[in-house]
Ligand binder design. Structure first.
Ligand code: ZN
Length: 503
């Protein structure tokens, strides 16, 4: 009985921490969706205050004592699989947080909030030199963080671990290298292809309300539960979950391009389905938490790309789109439409990139930030290195810092080690989708008939419901029968775009 007592006490204490975490997420969501501008300063103070309380609770003597007892039982193999996973994950997090002294955490948080403000100005003026001193400070602190946390081979791994637990940059480098070796020549082939695509035919004049109606209709159809979630508007689209029964999505609308919000909503719906699919029973423990950013991203990208940019999907939805927006879609052929929404063009800005070029933007950032943390390149040299890699991978010249090295928010807020998750998401998505097609023999037909129930349930049972029971690597092996590889994503791109561009 002793061990049962132990974990149930631990779980109870943990609930307090998770409820506080949920409340913090509500405050953050509100600050991006509804908060008036003058609320920013007091909100930041409230959030920083409550975050402090949460941190203190987590590393308190009382909680540590419960956790240590549980850890001893775990090492003595006295626990079932679920309890083991809970304790394993909590211990990992506790070890990490304990290694970072409070003074260091405060210094980092100050540097990052200064970094964010300076980055906004630097980007406005398109001048990297303005950003340079504070970015140097952030990178120095991040190198220090890696030393404090500890690592086996590369200090970058200590930072990567925040987003991709258990992953190593060595494994990721190998997978990304394969992908890069395919993408660079493939992109050149597309650029020279005879089959041209006209992306402008799908532009028009689309009232916001009507766009929203269509987006919501599709999100419902693929299974997002609006009794347990909402869709709102924000400057930067995102999704968050306070509980599996309260999941929030946001988007923004562009008058002339309804696909900006449409694919954005489908993307966030993919994240939302993961959050709604987490365990209610285990809420307040790691068993009701997403495995990693990469696995989360695989859910959004599968729905956005593998499903919603496919021919089958539009066999069902194109007639609906045509009847809701006869101008311009009534006069466009299905084939021209399909090719237009899958247009490939090397471009400067990551968030506007298509499926083929997107990963090259990520590989570039991954290579740079890894070397930066390892100390083989210095912050001063970033614009030069950035621009050279853009030329080498995507074949384009960077005209200024705003359209180059200053475009992303991540580094300004200290999020170094985050970028690989986006491309890992594409790779996991392709591999999972391949396994889904193997398990659900009628999947393609179902998608063409607007039926998504089987796929959604498959994802829920295979991935969502387990929370952090498995590591990302363990999950991929469990679901697909092999470790992560870039091959499924490469095969998917080859087949799809050879058709579109008649290669
Ligand atoms: Zn995402």
């Amino acid at each position: 009985m002793e061990k049962k007592e132990n974990i149930s006490e631990l779980r109870e204490k943990l609930q307090e921490i998770y409820h506080l975490g949920s409340a913090l997420q509500v405050l953050d969501w509100d600050s991006q969706v509804f908060m008036p501008p003058k609320g920013a300063a007091p909100r930041a103070a409230t959030i920083s205050n409550l975050s402090g309380i949460l941190h203190e609770k987590f590393i308190s003597k009382e909680f540590a004592a419960l956790l240590k007892k549980a850890k001893a039982n775990l090492d003595g193999k006295k626990m079932n699989d679920e309890e083991s996973a809970i304790v394993r994950e909590l211990w990992r997090e506790y070890e990490r947080q304990k290694k970072l002294p409070l003074a260091f955490v405060k210094e980092m948080s100050q540097a990052c909030s200064e970094g964010h403000n300076v980055w906004i100005k630097a980007r406005e003026k398109s001048d990297f030199k303005i950003f340079l001193p504070v970015l140097k400070k952030i990178v120095a602190l991040k190198r220090k963080e890696a030393e404090l946390v500890g690592f086996k081979k590369s200090p970058y791994d200590a930072l990567l671990d925040t987003y991709e637990p258990y992953a190593t940059s060595e494994d990721i480098s190998m997978i990304f290298e394969d992908l890069k070796n395919f993408l660079v020549p493939f992109l050149k082939k597309i650029a020279k292809a005879k089959g041209k695509v006209d992306p402008n035919i799908i532009q028009g004049n689309f009232p916001t309300e009507q766009q929203k109606q269509f987006d919501v209709e599709v999100a419902k159809k693929i299974g997002f539960d609006f009794e347990a979630g909402r869709l709102d508007t924000s400057a930067h689209p995102f999704s968050t979950g306070f509980h599996p029964n309260d999941v929030r999505l946001t988007t923004r609308y562009r008058k002339h391009d309804l696909f900006d919000s449409f694919f954005g909503v489908i993307h966030e719906t993919g994240h939302g389905l993961y959050n709604q699919g987490l365990s209610v029973e285990h809420f307040g423990t790691p068993l009701s938490e997403a495995i990693s950013h990469g696995i989360h991203e695989s859910q959004s990208r599968m729905w956005e790309n593998n499903v919603a940019r496919s021919k089958n999907f539009w066999k069902y939805f194109f007639p609906k789109l045509q009847s809701q927006f006869p101008e311009p879609f009534a006069k466009i052929s299905f084939n021209d439409f399909y090719r237009a929404i899958n247009n490939v063009r090397p471009s400067l800005i990551r968030v506007e990139a298509d499926e083929v070029t997107y990963s090259l933007h990520i590989i570039l950032r991954f290579e740079i930030e890894k070397e930066l943390i390892e100390g083989s390149i210095e912050v001063e040299d970033l614009p030069k290195i950035w621009n050279a890699k853009m030329k080498e991978y995507l074949g384009i010249e960077v005209p200024n810092d705003a359209a180059g090295v200053l475009q992303d928010v991540h580094w300004s807020g200290g999020a170094i080690g985050y970028f690989p998750s986006y491309t890992l998401g594409n790779l996991y998505a392709a591999q999972f989708f391949n396994a889904a097609k193997r398990d659900l023999i009628d999947l393609e037909k179902e998608i063409a008939a607007g039926e998504f129930g089987h796929l959604r349930e498959w994802l829920r049972q295979k991935i969502h419901i387990h929370g952090k029971m498995y590591s990302a690597d363990g999950l991929v092996r469990e679901v697909t029968g092999e470790p992560l590889t870039s091959q499924y994503f490469i095969d998917y791109l080859k087949e799809k775009y050879s058709g579109i561009y008649k290669l």
